[in-house]
Design a protein around this ligand. Sequence first.
Ligand code: MRU
Length: 357
Amino acid sequence: MSMNPIKTIEWVADRKGHLLPGYIRLVDQTRLPGKLVFLEIRKLPPLWRAIKNLQVRGAPAIGIAAALGVAAAVQNSRAATGAALAAQAERAADYLATSRPTAVNLFWALTRMRRCARAGQRLVPSELKMRLLREALAILNEDIAMCRAIGRHGARLLKNGQTVLTHCNAGGLATSQFGTALAPVYLAREQGKRLKVYADETRPLLQGARLTAWELMRAGIEVTLICDNMAAQVMKERRIDLVMVGADRIAANGDSANKIGTYGLAMLAKAHRIPFYVLAPSSTFDLKLATGAAIPIEERGADEITQGFGKRTAPENVKVYAPAFDVTPARLITAIICERGILKPPFGRAIKMALAN
Ligand code: MRU
């Protein structure tokens, strides 16, 4: 994809020619669309907070940030042995695992970092530090490749002149670069197809309004913003040809967790006979869970609903329920697109076969 994507997350070395020491450079997504500001993070607590507070967000981006976070956390360690350093890396991983519960990419990336630490216990600390950083960078680079592949597969579903509805932000900002749900839009545009996107605003934190609209406009793609509760009417007016969304965790049967509101959108798409696609890399599948019923759903603070962005819009002390994600049952999904291809129902078999090697 030749568009000039923003590097949502990268590792920046302090000195030319040496990977270590260095820091994680992140787009602060809470400042968009007003300002494009980058955070420079060298330590664990600010990274934990950046994940918790959605300065870095989106399932793949969270995983990459956490992997780099483990490498950053031990880079200045004075551990005398590889085993001691590995133990520090594992503690860093345990801490980051407490930041957000739903996106499995976080736990997938941390498992890879723990494995890398254990495998390198016999190395001298300086070598293990480098191994950990290289593993984190591999996770980042693999994500870029997976998103490109998702874009290639997904673009086959898009015809010239069509309009896609998306929810939340599953674009470049949610990954290392190109995104999942938006990757096909970017690629199809490169192939010369003219496409339009409708972006759900995505209450309460407005990832659609603040992030999806911003990144699509920056890329020169026509985007129309709607409030979440307008989707039914927009579909009824036949303005939408297909729905494309990302995922935070996909169970073995295809049930898919994504930003709150996605399930409702899938029901609406079914009612209006509009295809509904979930796009995610293999790091988003959790085959240990037979169905979506076991996916942990994050609950967020009441303030995000009662006084989002600093303006009180509900009475003080009102009771609030704030699940941040919902699970779309597999039966409502037309296909799941991952880097290995387009998976069609029955998903249990298709997912098993696609992820087998
Ligand atoms: O709470 P967020 O903003 O991290 O939620 C993000 C989403 O729900 C995305 O759609 C999902 O992580 C897929 S990102 C490629």
